[in-house]
Design a protein around this ligand. Sequence first.
Ligand SMILES: *[C@@H]1O[C@H](CO)[C@@H](O)[C@H](O)[C@H]1NC(C)=O
Ligand SMILES: *[C@@H]1O[C@H](CO)[C@@H](O)[C@H](O)[C@H]1NC(C)=O
Length: 331
Amino acid sequence: MSRAMTWWLSLVPLFFVLGSFASPPSWGSSAIPFSPGFDISAVLSLAISLPSHSWEFGTAAEALLELYDAPYSVYGEKPFPIPRLSPSSSSPVYSTALDYAKQKIVIGTPPNGLSDGDGAVGDPASLGVAALLLGVSDEKYKVAVEAEIEYLLEGAPRWSNEAISHRAAYAELWADFMYMAPPFMAYYGAVTSNATVLRAAVDQCHLYHQVLLTNTTSYSANPPSMHPPSAGGLWVHIVGPENADPGLWSTGNAWAAAGMMRVLATVLKAPRATFKAGSALSSAWRHTAIADLTRMISDILDAAIRLQPQAQAEGYGGGGKRKGASEELPR
Ligand SMILES: *[C@@H]1O[C@H](CO)[C@@H](O)[C@H](O)[C@H]1NC(C)=O
Ligand SMILES: *[C@@H]1O[C@H](CO)[C@@H](O)[C@H](O)[C@H]1NC(C)=O
């Protein structure tokens, strides 16, 4: 995964390439009822037109689902059992997100089971939620999803603490993984009432947290690998042998928090039968998972808010800055 995602948000939209899609709604429409304080339809246009990588396709498909089919996303009131939605614009249950995802998903062999992952384990998995929804009426997506889950659980390299590697050729943990794979695993678990996979999704949040949580010291902070206590709760970008990056990449922290948010929402909405007495997941497990996820997410958000004045003073968020040091939270 590259860091290209961030500059979608800061680019001035020059032109829109929407293909077969109608103009995205602007705020005030039912898809976007609130004004976020910026032109969200311009952001959406770029999110549809710019992607060329599996993780971008998956992220855009998720954004479309949450906007256009909000009741069916995990943030909806009752997303399970999953509905029958159609990628066909002539259908009464047409879904823009599935139309988009169907055009982007290329079924192959895991880790490239849903799209070419360019060496990543996690990135093609980001299309898994859309693939599961397509699988309701098209068996081939269901088969591809099963293979992708099987690969995540059994095939991918693991870190020494059993965290699933973000890279396919060697074990390496990237904060980005958190938005790409665990939400899909959790969703699969809830959709198929597979407690093992739902639990694995929550376990992966803990395992990534264990490795990527930044080291802090009140003694002699030595960035980028050692940070002062004010950075406590934030995650480093990458730990591993090839691409190690001990910096506190702000977008990486957002990937981690937003990924865990989707896992949390999935645990909250999963059919209650999954947590019955005698099931592999008790309601005590559910209670603990909710508390733990909430704490790990809050820790990231609290630290980001705490460090924001310093970040602004150093030019972060000043508009137009794309990436690099300016995108790094201060140490
Ligand atoms: C849960 O899913 C995994 C991975 O597909 C599979 O190996 C396992 O048999 C499933 N368990 C149940 C109870 O369906
Ligand atoms: C924290 O420090 C330990 C010991 O030096 C190191 O093994 C670990 O990778 C560090 N963790 C992070 C996230 O930098």
